[in-house]
Design a protein around this ligand. Structure first.
Ligand code: ATP
Ligand code: MG
Length: 511
């Protein structure tokens, strides 16, 4: 009897149990977990993760993030992004299954962030809801449109001779201290009120230089439409390496939303050095100048993401201005030649010109914009015409004339005209010209209307004349600015004003 009741009890319990078991649902999840074998200088060698992918985000010990950069037979190489000094061998590593992302969106503008998108300006949290992978494929050729809309830089020498279009990639290249950063920040300042979002990426720079730039942007009211992505020289090589890619993702979000974006990478030489450091730590084979073999791919995949999209894709654009520093003017070094061949042109700043007081120190002969006149307003294109060719010829002639040989009338005339044009193209940092100013100055210079002004006084004279027009003849300036053309009547009006201003400027006795 006893055994019968025991059996029944067992049956009841097992029925009850299987009923409950049937209601349970199991959600099985597998995690692949590895271990850090070696760690040094922000680079970790990890074993036990056979199925991770290139570029995948790893989680080290629950508090550090790392990106996979090397896939080997028995281990993977990864770069650690946050708090790299706290990582050590033996820590557990989990794969996350997705690749690194940064917060993106309009909220990023007006802020200074680190390469992971975290704010470092002390203005509190950035409330974005969207994220974007830091690496993504560049737009297809069929998604792109022709670059034909000018991006006004406000710098006469650039707008007239080396025009930049929206969606173009234009390199600024030159030795140290030749005004590269100043030119790039001036271009950002000039986008004020022009509906262009700007991103400035500092790669491996001194914190003080970056804070100066942020201060300048703030002072001129440019910070509201600019996002500064900052990786300083004291940051790890891995953070310096991802900074331009993160910034590009922030720019891409705006471009795909149909907006115009300008992104400045300051500078890609330091980016290449950071990548070289990482590659050597990952024990990759090194090639020319100890850079790894894929240094070209590093910059091409970054710069290819800049584009002018066609109307089907929203018509947005991303204009990229990378900066590269040369050593002793050597533009045929490895990184400079690579970036020159990737971009659609370069602005070459020369230290000799800079030291001679020709600032911005644009070497016209070695600078080029492969997009050309289609990225220029019609009026500016007409006015600048053969300016580039003329200036190159003038530079050659000026070198020749230094020997002091006797010059015929034709040559001395050309030298005098060239010297005046060089003077009119001088422009200090922060003084930016509107398209109307540029048209007027080009008119004065190319039509030889300032031949009576002594060469040493040309720069000042022209600037004062522009100031005078801005205050006294604002209606003419506005008309030229709106139409972006200098009509025949307006040209004649300007000439009349010039005569009067000349008398006023020099007084009757100096004529
Ligand atoms: P680095 O190699 O250190 O990054 P850089 O090439 O970026 O230097 P900047 O820092 O832009 O050069 O400029 C160097 C100095 O030249 C600054 O003091 C700046 O004010 C001055 N400068 C730059 N452009 C001009 C200009 N057009 N007119 C007058 N001064 C200028
Ligand atoms: Mg600089």
């Amino acid at each position: 009897m006893e055994s019968q009741s025991g059996k029944n009890e067992y049956k009841i319990i097992s029925e009850d149990f299987s009923e409950k078991l049937g209601k349970l649902s199991f959600d099985l999840k597998t995690d692949s977990v590895g271990r850090v074998d070696f760690y040094g200088d922000g680079v970790a060698k990890i074993s036990g993760l056979p199925s991770v992918k290139y570029g995948e985000l790893l989680d080290i010990d629950g508090c550090h993030r790392a990106i996979v950069l090397d896939l080997e037979e028995n281990s993977v190489g990864a770069i650690v992004l946050d708090d790299p000094q706290d990582v050590s061998a033996g820590m557990l590593v989990k794969s996350t299954g997705h690749i690194a992302e940064v917060p993106v969106g309009e909220e990023m503008f007006g802020r200074v962030v680190d390469p992971l998108g975290k704010p470092i300006d002390g203005l509190g949290e950035i409330k974005t809801s969207r994220f974007r992978a830091i690496e993504s494929a560049a737009p297809q050729i069929f998604d792109r449109a022709k670059v034909c809309e000018p991006l006004q830089t406000g710098i006469l020498a650039v707008d007239s001779m080396i025009p930049i279009g929206k969606g173009q990639r234009e390199l600024i290249i030159g030795d140290r201290q030749t005004g590269k950063t100043s030119m790039a920040t001036d271009i950002i300042l000039n986008q004020n009120g022009k509906n262009v979002y700007c991103i400035y990426v500092a790669i491996g720079q001194k914190s003080s230089s970056v804070s100066n730039i942020v201060h300048t942007l703030g002072r001129f009211g440019a910070l509201s439409y600019t996002c500064v992505v900052c990786s300083t020289a004291s940051d790890s090589a891995s953070l310096q390496y991802i900074a331009p890619f993160s910034a590009c993702a922030i720019a891409e979000e705006m471009m795909y939303a149909g907006k115009d974006v300008l992104i400045v990478y300051d500078d890609l030489s330091k980016h290449a050095v950071a990548y070289r450091t990482m590659s050597l730590l990952l024990k990759r084979p090194s090639g020319r100048e100890a850079y790894p073999g894929d240094i070209f791919y590093l910059h091409s995949r970054l710069l290819e993401r800049a584009a002018k999209l066609n109307a089907l894709h929203g018509g947005g654009s991303m204009t990229a201005i990378p900066i590269v520093e040369t050593l002793a003017g050597d533009i045929s070094a490895y990184v400079p030649t690579n970036v020159i061949s990737i971009t659609d042109g370069q602005i070459y700043l020369e230290s000799e010109l800079f030291n001679a007081g020709v600032r911005p120190a644009v070497n016209v002969g070695l600078s080029v914009s492969r997009v050309g006149g289609s990225a220029q307003f019609g009026g500016v294109r007409k006015a600048s015409g053969k300016l580039r060719l003329f200036l190159s010829q003038y530079r050659e002639l000026a070198v020749f004339a230094q020997f002091g040989s006797e010059l015929d009338d034709n040559t001395s005339e050309m030298l005098a005209k060239g010297a005046r044009i060089v003077e009119t193209l001088k422009q200090p940092v922060g003084l930016l010209y509107d398209v109307a100013h540029e048209l007027i100055i080009l008119h004065l210079a190319t039509k030889e209307l300032i031949n009576d002004v002594p060469v040493a006084k040309v720069t000042n004279f022209v600037r004062s004349f522009i100031d005078f027009l801005d205050t006294d003849k604002a209606d003419i300036v506005k008309e030229i600015s709106d139409s972006r053309e200098l009509s025949l009547e307006n040209g004649l009006l300007i000439e009349d004003e010039l005569k009067e201003f000349y008398d006023f400027y020099f007084g009757d006795n100096v004529k």
